[in-house]
Design a protein around this ligand. Structure first.
Ligand code: ADP
Length: 919
C-alpha cells in the first residue's frame, strides 16, 4: 500500500469509484499510476515519474485553470473522472472529491446532439421503466414499456435517444442479453449506480424532492419512478450541480410513437449510414441553422408519431412556411444568429456559465421580436401554427431579461475576476469605483513624461508586469541621472528598473482598486447569471420555440427544393403513393418515380426483379414516405395518402451483415423473429430477402411460411423482395398477396408489371440486371449446405421465429424435397442432393459447388413464373412429371378445405381441369 501523497491519491480514487482521479496539488491537478498513463495516452500529456514511499509512480498533471477542457475530452471518450480539490483547513491541506464528471453529466459539452443520461429499471414482471435526462438542457422524460416484448421495446427506446451513459437498475444489470444489446447497439458508457437508488421508496422520495408531488400526477409507473429517481440520484451524486436546471419531468407514452426498432433505423439509414461515409435521411433533409433545431429534427425523425392532430399541425406549419419563401429565408437568416439558450440556461443554473454564454443569451433574446414581426407580418404565417409558437412566449419577460443583460460589456474578457465585464450605469457603487480606478491610472499614464522632465532623462519607460509590479525603466547610458529616491529592483542587459515611494503608494492604491473592482464586477455578473438561472423556464420555452421554428423551416426548405408534397393522413389502412421517390437517392441520381398502392385487400406485395433493378430502393421508399409523413414532413411524391402505422419494421439482405462479419443467418432469423412477434395489422413490414443466408430449400421454406404468417396471422402491410421466384405463386393462394416486378430492358410487355404499378421507365433500364454480372465478386457469399439438411429451419426455431412459422416451414421443406426427389430420380442419381443458391450467378449449385444446370432445384410447387425454371424444363428430358401437371397436383395438395369456400373450390377445380386438358 502506498503512503504519502500517492497513497492519498489511491485512497481517494478507490472511494470515488471513478475510472480516473484528478487530484489538486497546488497549481496543478495530478494523475498518478495507471491513471497518469491513461491520461498521457488519451490526451497526449507528458508523463513523468514520481517516487513516493520508495516506489516509483507515473505522474501527469494539468494546470488548475486548464482542467476543464481535459476532463471534458476524457468524459466525451466515456471515462468517469473524479475531481479532488484541496483546501486549507487551519493550516492543514485537506483534499476531497468534489465532483465526478461523467459522459452523461458533462455540462461543458460541445456535441451538437442531445446528451442523454438514461436509466433503466425492470420490475421482473415484464415492465421496464426508462428515464432520460439531458443535464445540458434540463430535459427529463420517463416512460414505461410493458408486455411480452418489453425488453426489445426498451432497447428500441434507448436506441432512439442514443444516450451517452446508461444506468442499468438492479435487475437489468444481471440481464446479460440486455446489456450485450446495449453494448452492441449504443455507444454509451454503462455505469453501475448504487442499487438502493432504484428502490421504489427512495426513488419516489427523490422525485418528490426534485419536482414536488409529480410522480403521482403525471401517472408514472412504479418502474418508471425507480428509473427516474435513480437518474436524479445519480446526477446529484456526481456533484455537477446540474439538478436545479431539471425543473420538469415529462411522462410520455411510447404508444404515441411509431415503433421503429434499432435495426430498422439502421436499415433505413435514418441518422446513421450503413456504410461509412454514406448519406443518411437526416443528412439529406437537414437544413437547420441552429444546433438545437438540428437536434429537434433528428429527434422527430427517430420518433415518428401516430397522433394525427400533432402531425397535421406540423404539416400546417411546413405548408405555411412553404408558401412564403421570402419570409422563410429571412427567418432562416435570423435563426443563424441564435445560440443554444436552453444549454446556456442550464449552465447558468449550475453556475458554470461565463460572460460569453450570457452575452449569447442576450443576443438570442434580441432575435425574438424580430422573428415575431416577420411571422406576424406574413399573411401565410400569421394564422399558422408557426405564429402559435411565438404567441405563447412571454414577450415582456423576454424584454426585461434582455434589458437587464444590457449591463454586460459587449466584449467581455474570458476571466471573471479581473473586471471589464460590466458596462457603466448598472451599479452606482461600481461606477464610482471605476472612476477612482481610472483617475489613479492617470498617474501612471503621465509618469513617463513627468520623470523625463524632472530628471532630465532623454528616454525612460513606465511599465508593469506580474513580478515587478509598476516600475520606471532607465537605459544604462542614463542611469547617472537617476535621483536618490529611485530604488533599483532589477538589472537588464541595457537598462535598470527602479521604483520609488510615491510610485509604490499609487501602485498599492491601484491594486486595491483593481481588486475591489474585480470583486464588485464579479458580484454584479453573478447577479446577472442568477437572473438568467431564475428564468431557466422562460429560456427553455424560447429555446424550444426557436428550435421548432428552425425544424419547420428546414422541412419547408427541403420540400421546396425537391418538390415534395403534403401527405394526406388517412384514418383507414391505406398507402397510396403516386410518383413516389426515394428521398436520398433522388438527390443523387435521375430518379424514376413509381407508384405504390396498398390497402386492406392488397396488403402484401412480392417484389421480384433482377439484382440492382431497384427492388430495395422501391421498398425503402415506401417505408421512408410513411416515416416522413408521420414525422410531420412533406414527402417525395406527387401525392401520398398514408394511413397511420404503429410500427415500421425492416430486414435487409444478408450481404450487409456478411460484410460486418456477423453470424449472418442467425442474425437474419432473429430479425425475422422480432418482426413476426412485434408487427401488427397496423404495421408496415419491409423484407428485403429472407432465407438467403441458408441452403435454398430451407430459405424458400422459411420465406414461404413467413409470408403466410404475415398474411394470415399478422395482417401487416408488407413488401417482400425475393429472388425465389417460387414464392410468386403465393399470390395465387393468398388473396391479399400481389406480385409486382421491376421491368427490365428488352422484356416483353409484362403482365405482372401492369397490375403491379412499379412503373419503371426506360431510364433505369441501363442499371437493371447489371448486378448479375457481378457474380464473381459475390461468389464468396455462397453458403455451403450443412450436413443437417434442415439446419435453416432449426436456426429459425432457435432464433425464436413463432412456432407456427417454423412448423409450416418444415412442411414446405418436406414438400420441396419430395418434388426434388421426383426431379432427381428423373435424373441420373437416386439420392437427393443438397443445393445452395449462388447469389451472384442466380444459379443453384450442389454442395460441392457444381452448377446444377438442368436438374433444377428451383422447381417447386406452383412455380410457373421463373424464367430459369422454364429454361430448365426445356432441357430436362428425363421423364419428370409434366411441370404443368405437377403444378396442379401441388395446388390440389395445398388447397385448404377449411379455408376455401365451396364456390371458390368449384372455380378452382374447373380451372385445374382446364389446365390438365392443356387449354
Ligand atoms: P435491388 O434491390 O433490386 O438489387 P437497388 O434498389 O439496390 O436494387 O437499386 C440498385 C441501384 O439502382 C441503386 O444504385 C439505386 O440507387 C438505383 N435505383 C433504384 N431505383 C431507382 C429509380 N427508381 N430511379 C433511379 N435509380 C434507381
Amino acid at each position: 500500500m502506498s503512503s504519502g501523497i500517492v497513497g492519498e491519491f489511491f485512497e481517494l480514487k478507490a472511494d470515488s469509484g471513478a475510472d480516473l482521479l484528478a487530484m489538486q496539488m497546488g497549481d496543478f491537478y495530478e494523475f498518478f499510476g495507471e491513471d497518469a498513463e491513461v491520461v498521457g495516452e488519451e490526451l497526449d500529456l507528458k508523463v513523468s515519474e514520481r517516487s513516493s514511499g520508495g516506489e516509483h509512480y507515473a505522474m501527469a498533471g494539468v494546470p488548475v485553470d486548464e482542467l476543464t477542457p481535459y476532463i471534458k475530452a476524457l468524459a466525451e471518450r466515456g471515462y468517469r473522472i473524479a475531481v479532488a480539490d484541496q483546501r486549507d483547513e487551519d493550516g492543514d491541506i485537506v483534499r476531497e472529491v468534489v465532483r465526478i464528471v461523467t459522459p452523461g453529466t458533462l455540462l461543458e459539452t460541445d456535441r451538437s446532439d442531445a446528451q442523454y443520461l438514461a436509466s433503466v429499471a425492470c420490475d421482473g414482471e415484464d415492465a421496464y421503466g426508462l428515464a432520460v435526462c439531458d443535464v445540458t438542457t434540463g430535459r427529463f422524460r420517463a416512460t414505461t414499456l410493458s408486455g411480452a416484448d418489453a425488453a426489445a421495446r426498451a432497447l428500441s427506446e434507448l436506441y432512439r435517444f442514443d444516450p451517452v451513459e446508461v444506468l442499468p437498475g438492479p435487475r437489468v444489470r444481471s440481464d446479460d442479453d440486455f446489456l450485450a444489446s446495449v453494448r452492441d447497439e449504443l455507444n454509451a458508457r454503462l455505469t453501475l449506480h448504487e442499487t438502493e437508488a432504484f428502490a421504489p421508496g427512495r426513488a419516489r422520495h427523490r422525485l418528490t424532492e426534485q419536482f414536488g408531488d409529480v410522480p403521482g400526477t403525471v401517472g408514472l409507473s412504479e418502474t418508471a419512478v425507480a428509473a427516474a429517481g435513480a437518474a436524479i440520484d445519480y446526477v446529484e451524486a456526481t456533484g455537477v450541480g446540474a439538478l436545479a436546471s431539471i425543473t420538469r419531468i415529462g411522462a410520455y407514452e411510447p404508444d404515441d410513437h411509431v415503433a421503429v426498432d434499432a435495426t430498422t433505423q439502421r436499415n433505413l439509414e435514418v441518422t446513421e449510414p450503413m456504410t461509412p461515409g454514406g448519406r443518411t435521411l437526416f443528412g439529406t433533409i437537414d437544413h437547420t441553422e441552429t444546433s438545437a433545431g438540428g437536434r429537434l429534427l433528428k429527434e422527430w425523425l427517430t420518433r415518428p408519431l401516430r397522433r394525427a392532430g400533432t402531425l397535421e399541425t406540423r404539416h400546417d406549419a411546413v405548408d405555411a412556411l412553404l408558401g412564403d419563401a421570402l419570409v422563410r429565408e429571412g427567418i432562416a437568416e435570423t435563426l443563424s444568429e441564435a445560440y443554444d439558450v436552453e444549454r446556456a440556461a442550464s449552465r447558468a443554473v449550475s453556475g458554470s456559465a461565463d460572460a460569453d454564454a450570457l452575452l449569447r443569451v442576450r443576443e438570442t433574446l434580441a432575435l425574438v421580436p424580430d422573428l415575431g414581426e416577420r411571422i406576424e407580418g406574413s399573411p401565410e404565417l400569421a394564422d399558422s401554427p408557426v405564429a402559435a409558437l411565438f404567441a405563447d412566449l412571454d414577450r415582456a419577460a423576454i424584454a426585461d431579461l434582455r434589458s437587464e443583460l444590457e449591463a454586460l460589456a459587449d466584449d467581455p474578457p474570458k476571466t471573471l475576476h479581473e473586471g471589464g465585464l460590466i458596462e457603466r450605469g448598472y451599479d452606482e457603487d461600481l461606477d464610482e469605483l471605476v472612476a477612482r480606478h481610472e483617475a489613479a491610472l492617470e498617474f501612471f499614464e503621465t509618469l513617463e513624461e513627468r520623470e523625463t522632465r524632472r530628471h532630465g532623462f532623454s528616454r525612460v519607460t513606465v511599465g508593469r508586469n506580474k513580478t515587478d509590479g509598476y516600475y520606471v525603466q532607465v537605459p544604462k547610458s542614463e542611469t547617472g541621472s537617476v535621483p536618490e529616491e529611485y530604488e533599483g529592483i532589477k538589472t537588464l542587459k541595457n537598462a535598470e528598473r527602479y521604483v520609488f515611494g510615491e510610485l509604490r503608494e499609487k501602485e498599492r492604491e491601484i491594486f486595491r482598486l483593481e481588486e475591489e473592482r474585480g470583486e464588485r464586477e464579479y458580484e454584479a455578473f453573478c447577479r446577472l447569471r442568477a437572473s438568467v438561472a431564475d428564468r431557466a423556464d422562460l429560456l427553455g420555452a424560447v429555446g424550444r420555440a426557436l428550435a421548432e421554428l428552425d425544424a419547420y423551416c428546414s422541412l419547408a426548405t427541403h420540400a421546396a427544393r425537391q418538390g415534395w408534397t403534403r401527405p394526406e393522413l388517412a384514418d383507414e389502412r391505406v398507402l397510396d403513393i403516386e410518383a413516389g421517390r426515394h428521398p436520398v437517392v433522388e438527390t443523387e441520381t435521375q430518379f424514376v418515380p413509381n407508384d405504390l398502392y396498398l390497402d386492406r385487400e392488397r396488403r402484401f406485395l412480392l417484389v421480384t426483379g433482377p439484382n440492382m433493378s431497384g427492388k430495395s430502393t422501391y421498398m425503402r421508399q415506401a417505408a421512408l414516405v410513411t416515416l416522413l409523413a408521420q414525422v410531420g414532413s412533406f414527402v417525395p411524391a406527387d401525392s401520398a395518402r398514408v394511413g397511420l402505422v404503429d410500427g415500421i419494421y425492416t430486414r435487409v439482405g444478408a450481404l450487409d451483415e456478411l460484410a460486418g462479419g456477423r453470424s449472418t443467418f442467425m442474425v437474419e432469423m432473429e430479425e425475422l423473429s422480432n418482426i413476426l412477434h412485434s408487427a401488427t395489422d397496423e404495421s408496415l413490414v419491409v423484407l428485403d430477402e429472407v432465407g438467403r443466408g441458408t441452403a435454398t430449400y430451407d430459405g424458400i421454406s422459411i420465406a414461404w411460411a413467413a409470408t403466410e404468417y404475415l398474411h394470415n396471422e399478422v395482417g401487416a402491410f408488407a413488401l417482400f423482395a425475393t429472388h425465389y421466384h417460387e414464392l410468386t405463386s403465393l399470390a395465387e393462394e393468398l388473396p391479399r398477396v400481389e406480385n409486382v416486378h421491376v421491368a427490365v430492358a428488352g422484356e416483353p410487355e409484362a403482365e405482372a408489371g401492369a397490375e403491379a404499378g412499379v412503373g419503371t421507365e426506360t431510364g433505369t433500364e441501363g442499371d437493371a440486371g447489371a448486378g448479375s454480372d457481378d457474380g464473381v465478386a459475390f461468389l464468396r457469399t455462397i453458403e455451403p449446405g450443412p450436413t443437417d439438411r434442415s439446419y435453416g429451419v432449426h436456426v429459425a426455431d432457435l432464433a425464436g421465429v413463432p412456432a407456427p412459422v417454423v412448423d409450416r416451414a418444415g412442411e414446405v421443406l418436406r414438400r420441396l424435397r419430395e418434388e426434388r426427389a421426383i426431379e432427381a430420380r428423373g435424373g441420373d442419381s437416386g439420392e437427393p442432393v443438397q443445393t445452395v443458391f449462388d447469389l451472384g450467378s442466380g444459379e443453384f449449385r450442389d454442395g460441392a459447388g457444381r452448377s446444377e444446370g438442368g436438374a433444377n432445384g428451383a422447381d417447386v410447387p406452383g412455380d410457373d413464373a421463373t424464367e430459369a425454371s422454364d429454361a430448365a424444363r426445356s432441357t430436362s428430358d428425363g421423364g419428370a412429371v409434366d411441370p404443368d401437371t405437377a403444378a396442379v397436383v401441388e395446388e390440389v395438395r395445398e388447397t385448404s378445405l377449411a379455408e376455401t369456400s365451396p364456390v371458390e373450390l368449384m372455380n378452382r377445380v374447373r380451372e385445374w381441369q382446364r389446365r390438365l386438358d392443356g387449354e
